[in-house]
Design a protein. Structure first.
Length: 394
């Protein structure tokens, strides 16, 4: 099935804001509309191949084209969230999702109270409202949503549960735009509030995830549509306020800094990645690292006082140990600070550096996916459809 016309390939250059990117097409640098507010760190890496459609000539457009998708491992991934409802409707009408095979689409964009939901369905048990979510975060056989905090998504789940308590049938359909995954989970690393709500409503709201595949020209591959498993027990165990984390800060210029018992150390300019852990209150620990003006206690506090804060990146749960994460970060970094932050273990360091932004570094992003998703492979049975040769374990 064709949802897009005249797809062309362009080279991704950079992202100007959530909804605008720059790309190179036919030797020209163009400004493109990005109809997807997600972070998409693992997809929008420098040099990525975007799948774009050009704007009609003569119109009053602020951008030259629209991004419809991106290539990952040579396979198309659909990014255009505004087409998700059309895709979901098609899948339901063609009876390609078993959970909805007895339903018909009555209306798109159906408003109830304070919320507008994507689909209104009619079936043998009456009407059902369904929210559609577009998922582009995947790796190691697992797909996750969201890739950024979504308060709106949590509100939708809570409202659907409220409607269910009033006797209405409700559901959420997660469209995963990559076929070679077997499992779906809310991204409890990124948005623990959404994950908690997801767990709380699971007995009231139908929660379904479906993987879809895309072919040349962003044509929907009906033969690759498949429902995914949601391992609720694993989610309940791992979606906790504990685990390990990476604090990313930036030094604008080189500094000599007195670091407590370590004495004065020289730090070159660049990005610094500090690895820590918290057996409880992980969010509070990361928030402390974010704050300035606090009592200096840990080694990182001294460096943080001279640097700008970039991000706190948690890996929640029980599967990754602090020293394991430190070794993984060391493998993708450019330098390290000997003895920093590792007085209670045998590691050489828990502080690492690199000259450029880690979120534009493919090796760092792949390491993060491996820590967050690959570690779950220790608990999840291997899915035969997630073939390494076809990019399932990126």
């Amino acid at each position: 099935m064709k949802f897009f016309d005249n797809i062309e390939k362009a080279e991704f250059l950079d992202r100007l804001n959530r909804f605008v990117v720059r790309c190179r097409l036919g030797g020209r640098t163009l400004v493109a509309h990005m109809p997807n507010p997600g972070r998409m760190w693992e997809l929008l890496l420098p040099g990525a191949i975007l799948l774009v459609t050009r704007r009609s000539p003569g119109g009053k457009h602020r951008t030259d084209c629209t991004v419809a998708g991106v290539e990952k491992g040579g396979m198309p991934v659909m990014l255009h969230t505004q087409r998700s409802n059309d895709i979901a409707r098609y899948l339901i009408e063609q009876k390609l999702i078993r959970a909805f095979e007895n339903y018909a689409v009555v209306q798109q964009e159906y408003t109830i109270g304070r919320s507008r939901f994507d689909l209104l369905l009619a079936g043998p048990q009456g009407r059902m409202v369904v929210e559609v979510k577009s998922c582009t975060l995947f790796g190691h056989g697992v797909a996750m949503f969201p890739d950024a905090v979504t308060e709106r998504g949590s509100r939708h789940l809570a409202h659907l549960a409220e409607l269910a308590r009033q006797g209405m049938h409700t559901g959420v359909l997660f469209l995963v735009h990559y076929p070679h995954v077997g499992y779906f989970l809310p991204d409890y690393h990124t948005d623990p509030a959404f994950s908690r709500t997801f767990l709380e409503v699971r007995n009231m709201v139908m929660l379904k995830a479906v993987a879809v595949g895309w072919g040349e020209g962003l044509r929907l591959r009906e033969d690759l549509v498949r429902e995914l498993t949601v391992p609720f027990d694993l989610l309940a165990r791992e979606a906790v306020d504990a685990g390990v984390y990476i604090i990313i800060i930036r030094l604008e210029k080189e500094h000599d800094i007195a670091v407590g018992s370590l004495g004065t150390r020289h730090f070159k300019k660049g990005y610094y990645l500090y690895v820590g852990s918290a057996r409880k209150n992980l969010q509070a620990r990361m928030d402390r690292h974010r704050r300035q003006g606090k009592t200096l206690f840990w080694h990182i506090d001294y460096l943080r006082a001279a640097a700008s804060f970039c991000a706190a990146v948690p890996v929640r749960g029980t599967m990754v140990a602090e020293c394991e994460l430190a070794a993984a970060v060391a493998a993708v970094s450019s330098w390290q600070a000997p003895g920093f932050g590792c007085s209670d273990c045998s590691c050489a360091s828990h502080l690492f550096g690199m000259p450029g932004n880690p979120f534009k570094n493919e090796a760092f992003i792949n390491m993060l996916l491996r820590m967050r998703m690959g570690s779950l492979g220790r608990l999840l049975p291997h899915c035969g459809s997630c073939k390494k040769s076809r990019g399932g374990h990126t």
